[in-house]
Design a protein around this ligand. Structure first.
Ligand SMILES: [Zn+2]
Ligand SMILES: [Zn+2]
Length: 187
């Protein structure tokens, strides 16, 4: 998927400032502005007071988690974009990690989440995870994702849990859930 297509997907999910997008892609604001200008000229987005909006009817609000059925809040959401454009919304990193095997690596185009501390959008594949802490803002056992490995370390120091990368986090969550529920996602 090229970056402009990815931008459209991100904007659709509420990642709607140039700053957030430049952080997500780890490119300069200039580069994002160039993409946005092209998208605007193609009539696919509009910019209002610094916020980017898609130029079409918005999707209905109130997505529910594909794994547990809870209402999805943007701050904790873990969103898979599949090849072909389909999306799987999950409520938090816990459900996000559980969903991964069911969805299947080969079907996933990108995964969007937000840094637990800063709320900045991140590519979850690149994130640092903390699995199995003693606090759980959404589902248990909890998982958290951070852009910065140091933040993950600090968090784990305070609240427990193991610091790990995406693939390991999926495994850890499976171990923790072994006797528990399984994801039942219809794709
Ligand atoms: Zn869930
Ligand atoms: Zn959850």
């Amino acid at each position: 998927m090229d970056r402009k297509e990815e931008i459209l997907r991100l904007v659709e999910e509420g990642f709607n400032t140039a700053k957030e997008l430049s952080r997500y892609f780890n490119v300069s604001l200039m580069t994002i502005y160039r993409d946005l200008k092209e998208l605007e000229e193609e009539g696919r987005i509009v910019r209002k007071h610094g916020f980017i909006e898609l130029k079409k009817e918005e999707e209905p609000q109130g997505k529910v988690c594909a794994v547990c059925g809870k209402e999805v809040e943007l701050r904790l959401a873990f969103i898979y974009i599949l090849k072909g454009g389909k999306k799987v919304h999950t409520c938090c990193a816990h459900c996000g990690l559980i969903a991964y095997r069911t969805i299947g690596k080969e079907k996933v185009e990108m995964v969007m989440a937000r840094d637990f501390i800063t709320c900045n959008p991140i590519n979850a594949f690149m994130g640092s995870f903390v699995v199995g802490s003693s606090v759980a803002p959404c589902c248990t056992p909890p998982a958290f994702v951070f852009a910065n490995p140091e933040d993950a370390q600090k968090f784990a120091k305070g609240f427990g849990g193991i610091v790990t990368d995406f693939e390991e986090a999926v495994k850890r969550m499976e171990e923790l859930m072994r006797s528990g529920q399984r994801a039942d996602i219809s794709l």
